[in-house]
Design a protein around this ligand. Sequence first.
Ligand code: NI
Length: 199
Amino acid sequence: MALRKILTMEHPVLRAKAKKVSRFDPWLERLVNDMRETMREAPGVGLAAPQIGESVRVLVAEYEEQQVALVNPEIVKASEEQELGTEGCLSIPGYVGDNVPRALAVTVKARDPKGKEIRIKADGWFARILQHEIDHLDGVLYIDYIDPKDVRPVSEDEMVDEGEVIERDPSGGGTTVEKHGRKAGGASKAGAQKAGGSR
Ligand code: NI
């Protein structure tokens, strides 16, 4: 396994539509392993292959007991109900965006790295991550959904470091927040950020 460099948004690969994977081979397994390692190191909760310069439809995501590596993922069902949340992105370091709309629940059809068909139902926080990462495969970034004035530098008291990390609001308000970084005290800081981001 190897750590890979995470590209930032000025890189054109992040705006390209990634290609479908047709071969489930050792190259793909290595890619998935590298992506997992790179995501954990960042640290982050999700990473899409274009973010490390590979324009193929592969993503990894991890949250609590949920760990997925999805190849050729497709959203086959999305709830009409949406919610607004604050997101960061490993490819847009130092910034977060407020009021990013996402479906509350999604069903995703994909293959695993061995080629087996899988179907995943996600809601809330995990659904947001999957939507964010699948967007990366189509060259879409969270900034595309929101008013430019809702994109702001991460403030000092948000304890932000680089990372694509989302924290669920511990008070359970149903809104979510994605913040950068996970340092000491990060979780409570995320809660504070959420309060500002859940308008
Ligand atoms: Ni991202």
